[in-house]
Structure formats: structure tokens, C-alpha cells
Design a protein around this ligand. Structure first.
Ligand code: AHG
Ligand code: MN
Ligand code: MN
Length: 339
């Protein structure tokens, strides 16, 4: 008889719970609900072109950007799946200026808080390009039994308990870490299960891809400009020029670089001194995964995970990927600032 050696996400979560001897299964249940929400969003994403879900919904989100209809749908699906899990007392989402605090008794007793970009790269939906969901999970610092408070959502990244992303690409993947390595699961649409496909993911020390919106070149800080020129230079050993690859969906750009080795850059500009990407639900989770896979994430000077957020919607310059590439960039930034 043919044997099947499949590890589903739920099977994996149960096995991993043994790594945390005092765990009561709350985080496991929470991650399992993320899997459910991801499957619901995935179904809609794959049907988007067919059911006229495309286009803008006519609202503007916290950052003043037009929301696509799918942003709102994904937001609602994750919020309701997380409330149903009973393991989350509050949520910060890109789609809401205010934090969401649950008022029911089950949720008030929950010990975790959740931060998310429910749909990342949403300008790519209309053109059938990969998009994603990004999330991070912290233990609350406010009292259990009460509603979550703002202080729960501005914790420093090193306090993160778990983080991950869902990539709705040519296949759909869930990649997450609880601080013991990174594992990736691919959705098998025939059985409707996320199956372990990338165990203990590692990124390379050196890479050969750089990913940046080069249209903004004139606005980049000097150190970043120098680094871009360095990426494009021919070197005698033949390691450069690097390949330039940019999708415009952080999840997809990061995922490719994680697997192949590379650096993703979103620098500040004179009109956006903090850059574009959000610390708590875009940069922090990606940084945690990068570090767990052997990579590095920085704002050009500081480790992303050491930055204390002022607000759940704070932006930060973001450089992430293969360790040596981020090191080199940091050197060039600090040299250019000394001169
Ligand atoms: P979102 O769709 O959640 O607003 O995020 C889009 C982000 C990110 O995915 C991507 O890396 C970046 O915006 C692209 O920005 P540019 O178009 O400025 O390159
Ligand atoms: Mn985003
Ligand atoms: Mn988004």
C-alpha cells in the first residue's frame, strides 16, 4: 500500500506543544485559528477576479491609503476568527486607527494580543500578483480579566511570542515562528490542509538579490544610494552585480529573498522620514522570522526588534535579509553619515 508522509499544520502544532512544557495549548489554538482564517481569505483571493471583489471600497485607512475591498474582507475574517478562538483579548490592525478590544468574558481572560496587516501588497490584487497577511503575537502586559490596553500593543519586538505570514501566491503558504526556528506550510487545495513543506527554514549568510523601489532613488539617503551602486557594480570575483527583484508586496519580496538569499530595502525619504512600512505589524514579524532563519533586520542603525514603538501604527525604515548584506548596508549608511 502507498504510504503518505504528511504533517498537517495542526499535527505539527500538537507535536510542538511538547517543546513548551508549561503551555496549556492556548497559543496552539490561536495558531490553528490563524490557519482557518488564512484558508477563508485564500478562497476569496483565488475567486477575486470572478466575483467582482476587485477595486476600492471607497474608504481610506489609517495611513490615508485607499482600501481595497479585499483588505476589509481579510480584516473581518481574521478579527472574527481570533475572537472565536477565545485566546486573544485585543487586536491592532492596519485597517483600524483604534485598537480593537474584546468585551466578552472569554476574550477578557485571554492572555495574548495580536497585531496584523490583514492584506499586504493590496495594490497588487487587481493585477493578479502575490499578496499576503502578516501578524505578530505578544503576551498582554495588562491585567487578565480586563479589556486589553494600549500598552499591550506598543511592546518592544524582543517580547514577541510568535510571528508569521501567509503568502497568497502561485501556491498559498503559512510561515511562522514561535522563537524555535521557522517552519513553512503549503496549502494543499485538494485536501484543504496546510502541510509542512519547508521545515526549519534558513536563509543564506550572503545573497545575490536586492529588492527596492528604485523609482525613488533620488530620494534615498546617501548611504543607501551608495549601497545600490555597490549592488550594481561588477566585482572581479564575479559576485556582483546582484539581481534586482521587486514585486511591491513585502511578504512576497521577503519570502523570495528568504529562500534564495538577498536583501529587501524600504528607506526613508525627505517627505517620509520614517519610511513607509509599519513597525509593529509589518517589520517586527518579518524581522523575527528573518532572525530565526539566520538573517538580520535593521532600520539602518538599530536592530528592528529593539525599537520601542510609540504607537501601534508607527513607521520605520526597514532593511532585512541575508546577514552580511544588511551588515554591509549598515556600514555604508554610518560611513556616509560621518562624512
Ligand atoms: P499594504 O498593501 O499593506 O499597504 O502594504 C504595501 C507595502 C508593502 O507590501 C510593499 O513592500 C510596499 O508597500 C511597496 O511600496 P511602494 O509601492 O512604495 O514600493
Ligand atoms: Mn502592508
Ligand atoms: Mn495592508
Amino acid at each position: 500500500m502507498k504510504t503518505y508522509n504528511i504533517t498537517t499544520l495542526n499535527e505539527f502544532i500538537i507535536r510542538r506543544q511538547a517543546d513548551f512544557p508549561y503551555a496549556k495549548g492556548e497559543l496552539s489554538r490561536l495558531i490553528s485559528h490563524i490557519g482557518i482564517a488564512a484558508k477563508i481569505v485564500n478562497k476569496k483571493v483565488k475567486k477575486a477576479g470572478l466575483v467582482d471583489l476587485l477595486g476600492e471600497a471607497g474608504n481610506v485607512n489609517v495611513q490615508g491609503e485607499d482600501q481595497q475591498k479585499m483588505d476589509i474582507f481579510a480584516d473581518e475574517v481574521f478579527v472574527s476568527a481570533l475572537q472565536a478562538s477565545g485566546e486573544v483579548c485585543g487586536i491592532a490592525t492596519e485597517e483600524n486607527q483604534e485598537i480593537i478590544t474584546f468585551d466578552d468574558n472569554l476574550s477578557k481572560d485571554a492572555k495574548y494580543i495580536f497585531l496584523m496587516d490583514p492584506l499586504d501588497g493590496s495594490s497588487n490584487i487587481d493585477v493578479n500578483v502575490s499578496i499576503g497577511t502578516i501578524f505578530s503575537i505578544f503576551r498582554r502586559v495588562s491585567k487578565v480579566g480586563h479589556k486589553a490596553k494600549n500598552e499591550d500593543f506598543v511592546q518592544v519586538g524582543t517580547q514577541m511570542v510568535a510571528a508569521g505570514y501567509v503568502l497568497y501566491g502561485s501556491s498559498t503558504m503559512l510561515v511562522y515562528t514561535t522563537g524555535k526556528g521557522v517552519n513553512g506550510f503549503t496549502l494543499d487545495p485538494t485536501i484543504g490542509e496546510f502541510c509542512l513543506s519547508h521545515s526549519d527554514m534558513r536563509t543564506t549568510e550572503y545573497g545575490s538579490i536586492y529588492s527596492i523601489n528604485e523609482g525613488n532613488y533620488a530620494k534615498f539617503p546617501e548611504g543607501v544610494k551608495k549601497y545600490i551602486k555597490y549592488c550594481q557594480e561588477i566585482d572581479p570575483e564575479g559576485d556582483r552585480p546582484y539581481k534586482s527583484r521587486y514585486i511591491g508586496s513585502l511578504v512576497a519580496d521577503f519570502h523570495r529573498n528568504l529562500l534564495k538569499g538577498g536583501i529587501f530595502l524600504y528607506p526613508p525619504s525627505p517627505s517620509a522620514l520614517e519610511g513607509k512600512l509599519r513597525l509593529t505589524y509589518e517589520c517586527n514579524p518579518i524581522a523575527f522570522i528573518a532572525e530565526q532563519a539566520g538573517g538580520k533586520a535593521s532600520d539602518g542603525k538599530n536592530r528592528i526588534l529593539d525599537i520601542k514603538p510609540d504607537s501601534p501604527h508607527q513607521r520605520v525604515p526597514f532593511y532585512v535579509g541575508s546577514r552580511s548584506m544588511v551588515d554591509k548596508l549598515e556600514d555604508m549608511i554610518s560611513e556616509s553619515e560621518e562624512n
